[in-house]
Design a protein around this ligand. Structure first.
Ligand code: G1P
Length: 288
């Protein structure tokens, strides 16, 4: 079902974002036996709140969290996360206003069968509209999602070193005169020497609802999981996906190093603490 004519014409009026938060958090065990990784702190907020903020500031007013039955706390966190929390933490009144307008929902992924499966769980709530996907393990210091919206369907890309190609979905692509890339094919976590390029998918996507046709009945792919990248492979043959290069700073907070660099980055921008943090870091380095 289409919500309006504009949606049917390629997703310009795109308002709904899906944030999957059902993962098992294997890399963060044993912490994740009791605390979902999405609630680990990055500086003064939870790691997943940055993806949420990115969606809201990009103009999205409906956020669907895909949660697992044992991670209801993540959804609760967002239900309770309100404008007064924000004013205590920082920044921008316009974002606090936007937050008031946002509708938050959750859908349950009963079994953790992969990212593609998680997105498929949101099909009913997306309800035939174009939508975005944000993976909250990626904290971007500039709004990457915003750059995709007018190009839907689109994906945010970054160049990665040879040995890191096996950690990402990698695209085969052609440069367009606009500087964006036309995606011809995709492969999930290839061996570096088999990767079709050095352009990796970061965790920001926009789709038309037809992506669900490519997710349904998809066989398990890499790591025995239902992969979003595999669905994009057949989808892009029909609905050309634009690759947009991200040239900002990205922290992978799914990794200890990323959690630290993201926290430092925010700390050094925090008017209340930046001087103290800078002094402490300088002292630490001097003592090496
Ligand atoms: C997922 C996607 C992968 C993408 C990556 C970005 O992998 O499957 O294509 O490059 O996110 O972070 P994950 O890191 O969840 O294994």
């Amino acid at each position: 079902m289409q919500t309006n004519e504009k949606d049917a014409q390629g997703g310009r009026d795109i308002r709904v974002a899906v944030i999957p938060v059902a993962g098992k958090g294997t890399r963060w065990k044993p912490i994740t036996r009791s605390v979902p990784k999405e609630l680990l702190p990055v500086w003064r907020r939870t790691s997943a709140s940055y993806a949420f903020e990115e969606a809201v500031t990009a103009g999205f007013d409906e956020i669907i969290f895909v949660i697992s039955p044992d991670k209801l706390g993540v959804f609760e966190h967002f239900l309770r996360f309100d404008a007064s929390d924000l004013s205590a933490h920082f920044i921008d009144q316009s974002w606090a206003d936007l937050h008031e307008r946002v509708k938050i929902r959750a859908c349950i992924q009963e079994q953790q069968l992969g990212l593609g499966h998680a997105i498929l769980c949101a099909e009913q709530d997306v309800n035939g509209r174009p939508f975005a996907v944000l993976l909250p393990d990626e904290v971007l210091m500039q709004n990457g999602l915003k750059t995709l919206v007018s190009k839907t369907p689109a994906v945010l890309l970054m160049e990665v070193p040879f040995e890191q190609r096996a950690n990402y979905g990698i695209v085969k692509c052609e440069k367009l005169p606009s500087g964006d890339l036309r995606i011809d094919d995709l492969v999930e976590k290839p061996a570096p020497e088999l990767a079709p390029s050095s352009y990796a998918i970061t965790g920001r996507y926009t789709f038309t609802p037809e992506i669900f046709d490519h997710l349904r009945n998809l066989p398990p792919g890499h790591h025995g999981e239902i992969q979003l990248t595999d669905a994009m492979k057949t989808y892009t043959q029909i609905h050309s996906i634009t690759g947009v290069l991200f040239d900002g700073t990205r922290h992978d907070v799914g990794q200890p190093m990323g959690l630290l660099t993201a926290s430092l980055d925010f700390a050094l921008r925090d008017p209340q603490y930046k001087d103290a943090v800078r002094d402490y870091v300088k002292k630490l380095i001097a003592a090496q």
